[in-house]
Design a binder for this molecule. Structure first.
Ligand SMILES: C[S@@+](CC[C@H](N)C(=O)[O-])C[C@H]1O[C@@H](n2cnc3c(N)ncnc32)[C@H](O)[C@@H]1O
Length: 237
Protein backbone atom coordinates (compact mmCIF):
# COMPACT_ATOMS: atom_id res chain seq x y z
CA UNK A 1 0.00 0.00 0.00
CA UNK A 2 1.35 3.42 -0.91
CA UNK A 3 1.27 6.72 0.96
CA UNK A 4 -2.10 8.41 0.66
CA UNK A 5 -3.81 11.73 1.25
CA UNK A 6 -6.76 12.15 3.57
CA UNK A 7 -8.87 15.05 4.71
CA UNK A 8 -9.30 15.18 8.48
CA UNK A 9 -11.72 17.51 10.26
CA UNK A 10 -10.42 19.03 13.47
CA UNK A 11 -12.59 21.62 15.21
CA UNK A 12 -13.40 24.23 12.58
CA UNK A 13 -10.53 23.16 10.35
CA UNK A 14 -10.34 20.65 7.52
CA UNK A 15 -6.77 19.43 7.17
CA UNK A 16 -5.23 17.85 4.13
CA UNK A 17 -2.84 15.19 5.46
CA UNK A 18 -0.42 12.85 3.78
CA UNK A 19 -0.16 9.64 5.72
CA UNK A 20 1.08 6.10 5.18
CA UNK A 21 0.15 2.56 6.26
CA UNK A 22 3.14 2.46 8.63
CA UNK A 23 2.34 5.53 10.78
CA UNK A 24 -0.46 6.25 13.25
CA UNK A 25 -3.82 7.11 11.66
CA UNK A 26 -5.43 10.21 13.28
CA UNK A 27 -8.60 9.19 15.10
CA UNK A 28 -11.24 10.17 17.69
CA UNK A 29 -8.64 10.71 20.43
CA UNK A 30 -6.88 13.21 18.17
CA UNK A 31 -10.10 15.25 17.94
CA UNK A 32 -10.93 15.16 21.66
CA UNK A 33 -7.39 16.20 22.62
CA UNK A 34 -7.46 19.10 20.18
CA UNK A 35 -10.82 20.31 21.48
CA UNK A 36 -9.52 20.20 25.07
CA UNK A 37 -6.62 22.52 24.16
CA UNK A 38 -9.01 25.50 24.12
CA UNK A 39 -7.82 28.99 23.16
CA UNK A 40 -4.41 28.86 21.50
CA UNK A 41 -4.14 32.42 20.15
CA UNK A 42 -0.55 33.63 20.45
CA UNK A 43 0.54 30.53 22.38
CA UNK A 44 3.71 28.50 22.07
CA UNK A 45 2.62 24.87 21.70
CA UNK A 46 4.39 21.54 21.97
CA UNK A 47 2.71 18.62 20.16
CA UNK A 48 4.30 15.55 21.77
CA UNK A 49 3.82 12.32 19.80
CA UNK A 50 2.72 14.30 16.77
CA UNK A 51 2.40 11.46 14.26
CA UNK A 52 1.61 13.15 10.94
CA UNK A 53 0.92 16.33 13.00
CA UNK A 54 -2.85 16.88 12.88
CA UNK A 55 -2.86 18.50 16.34
CA UNK A 56 0.17 20.73 15.76
CA UNK A 57 -1.17 21.92 12.41
CA UNK A 58 -4.62 22.47 13.94
CA UNK A 59 -2.98 24.53 16.71
CA UNK A 60 -1.16 26.72 14.17
CA UNK A 61 -4.38 27.21 12.19
CA UNK A 62 -6.06 28.22 15.48
CA UNK A 63 -3.58 31.06 15.98
CA UNK A 64 -0.71 29.49 17.95
CA UNK A 65 2.38 31.61 17.49
CA UNK A 66 4.78 28.73 17.21
CA UNK A 67 4.38 24.95 17.35
CA UNK A 68 7.06 22.35 17.99
CA UNK A 69 5.97 18.88 16.89
CA UNK A 70 7.94 15.86 18.14
CA UNK A 71 7.78 12.21 17.23
CA UNK A 72 10.20 9.34 17.70
CA UNK A 73 9.44 7.90 14.21
CA UNK A 74 11.45 9.47 11.36
CA UNK A 75 8.73 8.61 8.85
CA UNK A 76 6.04 10.35 10.92
CA UNK A 77 8.29 13.42 11.20
CA UNK A 78 8.86 13.57 7.44
CA UNK A 79 5.11 13.38 6.80
CA UNK A 80 4.43 15.92 9.58
CA UNK A 81 6.79 18.45 7.96
CA UNK A 82 5.20 17.87 4.56
CA UNK A 83 1.73 18.26 6.08
CA UNK A 84 2.66 21.57 7.71
CA UNK A 85 3.54 22.83 4.20
CA UNK A 86 0.37 21.41 2.66
CA UNK A 87 -1.72 23.31 5.18
CA UNK A 88 0.25 26.55 4.81
CA UNK A 89 1.67 26.68 8.35
CA UNK A 90 5.27 25.57 7.78
CA UNK A 91 6.63 28.91 9.05
CA UNK A 92 5.06 28.26 12.49
CA UNK A 93 5.34 24.46 12.82
CA UNK A 94 8.80 23.01 13.48
CA UNK A 95 9.03 19.23 13.40
CA UNK A 96 11.73 17.43 15.39
CA UNK A 97 12.49 13.73 15.61
CA UNK A 98 13.46 12.24 18.96
CA UNK A 99 12.49 10.58 22.21
CA UNK A 100 10.03 12.53 24.31
CA UNK A 101 11.42 15.98 25.33
CA UNK A 102 14.99 15.37 24.07
CA UNK A 103 14.69 17.62 20.97
CA UNK A 104 13.56 20.67 22.98
CA UNK A 105 16.25 20.55 25.72
CA UNK A 106 15.06 22.79 28.54
CA UNK A 107 12.67 24.96 26.50
CA UNK A 108 9.25 25.87 27.91
CA UNK A 109 5.82 26.18 26.26
CA UNK A 110 2.43 27.74 27.05
CA UNK A 111 0.51 24.62 26.02
CA UNK A 112 1.81 21.05 25.77
CA UNK A 113 -0.35 18.28 24.41
CA UNK A 114 0.73 14.70 25.01
CA UNK A 115 -0.40 12.06 22.57
CA UNK A 116 2.38 9.51 22.92
CA UNK A 117 1.16 5.96 22.62
CA UNK A 118 -1.13 5.20 25.56
CA UNK A 119 -2.56 1.80 24.72
CA UNK A 120 -1.52 -1.65 25.97
CA UNK A 121 0.74 -3.31 23.39
CA UNK A 122 -1.58 -6.18 22.59
CA UNK A 123 -4.62 -3.95 22.13
CA UNK A 124 -2.64 -1.49 20.02
CA UNK A 125 -1.64 -4.28 17.68
CA UNK A 126 -5.22 -5.52 17.37
CA UNK A 127 -6.56 -2.02 16.73
CA UNK A 128 -6.72 -0.40 13.28
CA UNK A 129 -4.53 2.54 14.39
CA UNK A 130 -1.16 1.03 15.30
CA UNK A 131 0.86 -0.60 12.53
CA UNK A 132 3.66 -2.75 14.03
CA UNK A 133 6.26 -0.09 13.22
CA UNK A 134 4.91 2.35 15.85
CA UNK A 135 6.08 2.08 19.44
CA UNK A 136 3.04 1.40 21.61
CA UNK A 137 2.60 1.84 25.35
CA UNK A 138 4.30 -1.27 26.77
CA UNK A 139 2.58 -4.30 28.25
CA UNK A 140 0.06 -2.25 30.26
CA UNK A 141 0.09 0.85 28.03
CA UNK A 142 1.24 3.30 30.69
CA UNK A 143 5.01 3.68 30.05
CA UNK A 144 5.19 6.65 27.64
CA UNK A 145 2.50 8.70 29.41
CA UNK A 146 4.13 8.17 32.83
CA UNK A 147 7.49 9.23 31.39
CA UNK A 148 5.81 12.36 29.98
CA UNK A 149 4.15 13.25 33.30
CA UNK A 150 7.45 13.04 35.16
CA UNK A 151 9.11 15.53 32.82
CA UNK A 152 6.38 17.88 31.73
CA UNK A 153 6.51 20.49 34.51
CA UNK A 154 9.98 21.70 33.65
CA UNK A 155 8.79 22.42 30.08
CA UNK A 156 5.77 24.56 30.99
CA UNK A 157 5.87 28.36 31.18
CA UNK A 158 4.41 29.98 34.31
CA UNK A 159 0.63 29.78 33.84
CA UNK A 160 1.10 27.14 31.15
CA UNK A 161 -0.94 23.97 30.83
CA UNK A 162 -0.46 20.39 29.70
CA UNK A 163 -3.21 18.22 28.21
CA UNK A 164 -2.99 14.44 28.25
CA UNK A 165 -5.32 11.47 27.65
CA UNK A 166 -6.01 8.42 29.79
CA UNK A 167 -7.46 5.48 27.89
CA UNK A 168 -9.08 2.49 29.55
CA UNK A 169 -7.27 0.42 26.90
CA UNK A 170 -4.24 0.81 29.19
CA UNK A 171 -3.99 -0.24 32.85
CA UNK A 172 -6.90 1.46 34.54
CA UNK A 173 -5.95 3.85 37.29
CA UNK A 174 -2.13 3.65 37.04
CA UNK A 175 -1.68 6.94 35.18
CA UNK A 176 -4.43 8.72 37.14
CA UNK A 177 -2.94 7.75 40.53
CA UNK A 178 0.53 8.93 39.45
CA UNK A 179 -0.85 12.21 38.04
CA UNK A 180 -2.80 12.89 41.26
CA UNK A 181 0.30 12.28 43.36
CA UNK A 182 2.48 14.48 41.11
CA UNK A 183 0.08 17.41 40.56
CA UNK A 184 -2.60 17.31 43.30
CA UNK A 185 -5.14 20.12 42.91
CA UNK A 186 -3.48 21.37 39.72
CA UNK A 187 -4.88 18.33 37.91
CA UNK A 188 -8.35 18.71 36.36
CA UNK A 189 -10.50 16.24 34.45
CA UNK A 190 -11.64 18.10 31.31
CA UNK A 191 -13.65 15.48 29.45
CA UNK A 192 -14.80 11.88 29.62
CA UNK A 193 -16.05 9.97 26.58
CA UNK A 194 -17.21 6.40 26.10
CA UNK A 195 -16.26 5.20 22.64
CA UNK A 196 -17.76 2.14 20.92
CA UNK A 197 -15.37 -0.62 19.94
CA UNK A 198 -14.17 -0.59 16.38
CA UNK A 199 -15.31 -3.73 14.47
CA UNK A 200 -11.69 -4.93 14.47
CA UNK A 201 -11.62 -4.87 18.29
CA UNK A 202 -15.00 -6.63 18.43
CA UNK A 203 -13.49 -9.47 16.41
CA UNK A 204 -11.08 -10.09 19.31
CA UNK A 205 -13.53 -9.82 22.17
CA UNK A 206 -12.50 -13.02 23.95
CA UNK A 207 -8.87 -11.93 24.12
CA UNK A 208 -9.85 -8.43 25.26
CA UNK A 209 -12.06 -9.90 28.00
CA UNK A 210 -9.07 -11.97 29.19
CA UNK A 211 -6.90 -8.83 29.32
CA UNK A 212 -9.66 -7.11 31.30
CA UNK A 213 -9.79 -10.04 33.74
CA UNK A 214 -6.02 -9.65 34.24
CA UNK A 215 -6.44 -5.90 34.97
CA UNK A 216 -4.39 -4.85 31.90
CA UNK A 217 -7.31 -2.91 30.36
CA UNK A 218 -10.93 -2.06 31.16
CA UNK A 219 -14.10 -1.57 29.11
CA UNK A 220 -17.84 -1.66 29.59
CA UNK A 221 -20.31 -4.00 27.95
CA UNK A 222 -23.88 -2.82 27.46
CA UNK A 223 -26.03 -5.45 25.83
CA UNK A 224 -24.22 -6.12 22.53
CA UNK A 225 -22.04 -2.99 22.69
CA UNK A 226 -18.55 -2.63 24.08
CA UNK A 227 -17.23 0.81 25.04
CA UNK A 228 -13.78 2.01 26.07
CA UNK A 229 -13.24 5.16 28.07
CA UNK A 230 -11.19 8.19 27.15
CA UNK A 231 -10.51 10.85 29.77
CA UNK A 232 -8.70 14.08 28.96
CA UNK A 233 -6.85 15.78 31.82
CA UNK A 234 -5.23 19.19 32.17
CA UNK A 235 -2.37 20.16 34.49
CA UNK A 236 -1.82 23.87 35.15
CA UNK A 237 1.41 25.43 36.37
C1 LIG B 1 -1.33 7.76 19.42
S1 LIG B 1 -0.16 8.25 18.18
C2 LIG B 1 -0.68 9.93 18.03
C3 LIG B 1 -0.28 10.64 16.77
C4 LIG B 1 -0.97 11.98 16.53
N1 LIG B 1 -0.95 12.84 17.68
C5 LIG B 1 -2.38 11.77 16.04
O1 LIG B 1 -3.33 12.06 16.77
O2 LIG B 1 -2.52 11.31 14.89
C6 LIG B 1 1.30 8.28 19.17
C7 LIG B 1 2.57 8.81 18.52
O3 LIG B 1 3.55 8.92 19.55
C8 LIG B 1 4.79 8.52 19.03
N2 LIG B 1 5.64 8.12 20.16
C9 LIG B 1 5.56 7.00 20.89
N3 LIG B 1 6.50 6.99 21.86
C10 LIG B 1 7.18 8.17 21.74
C11 LIG B 1 8.26 8.76 22.45
N4 LIG B 1 8.85 8.14 23.47
N5 LIG B 1 8.72 9.99 22.07
C12 LIG B 1 8.14 10.63 21.01
N6 LIG B 1 7.11 10.11 20.28
C13 LIG B 1 6.63 8.89 20.65
C14 LIG B 1 4.47 7.38 18.06
O4 LIG B 1 5.48 7.22 17.10
C15 LIG B 1 3.14 7.87 17.47
O5 LIG B 1 3.33 8.58 16.27
Amino acid sequence: MADRSITFSLGQHTLSLRTSPTVFQPNTTTRFLFEAMGDLAGASVLDMGCGVAPIGIGAALSGADRVEAIDVMPEACALAAENAKRNGVESRVVVAQGQMFTPVDSRRFDVIVCDVSGMADRVARLSPWYPPSIPSGGVDGTGPTLAFLHEVERHLCPGGRAIFPVLSLAAPGVIEREAESLFGSRLALMEEHWIPFDPVLRDHLDELRSLRALGVIDFHERRTRQLWMLRVYQVEM
